[in-house]
Design a protein around this ligand. Sequence first.
Ligand SMILES: [Zn+2]
Length: 202
Amino acid sequence: MSRVARFVLISLAIMAAAWIALLALLPEASRRIGGSAERSPAVKSPPAVGAAGEGAVLAVPIGGVRRHDVRESWGDPRENGLREHHGTDLAAPANTPVLAAAPGTVEKLWTSVAGGTTVYVRSPARNWTYYYAHLSGYAPGLHEGQSVKVGAVLGYVGDTGNAGAGNFHLHFGLTHTTPDQHWYEGMDVDPYPYLAGKALPR
Ligand SMILES: [Zn+2]
């Protein structure tokens, strides 16, 4: 066999081997591309809103109100400047369902001069209290000790307490607590950035 013939033969053998190898690997490669969404941690979809309670984004507690429509109202003067507003007000028609912004346990159903008909929900780690005020009433069957998922109906938009007659809105408050603190204790935190999409600290 001449050197040229041997070279051609060896080249053909290498090409055949490469082709067989390619055919063998291709299905695996295409499967990997197709399945990347499920397998690669880099492209994992974010956890469901509020799924963990802490470290999650708050849901807007009024259906149909979009994040970018939420307005900052922390620190606004109230009662002729006697006190500052601690919370975010969300205007909505009377009796619009009020939804849990995050999961937790209904810790207190309370009626007060300022808040009117209110709900206090404690986060699973007990380091946040979510406060819903000026409700016209509670969702049927809502009771203390009930665990609620994000989006659960807690009550309905009203004008109870010091909201002002006909000024139908939800007052949403956020309080940072230690796990052993009571529902009325803790440090008020501006909920606006978290309603606007910032992740709630753990
Ligand atoms: Zn308010």
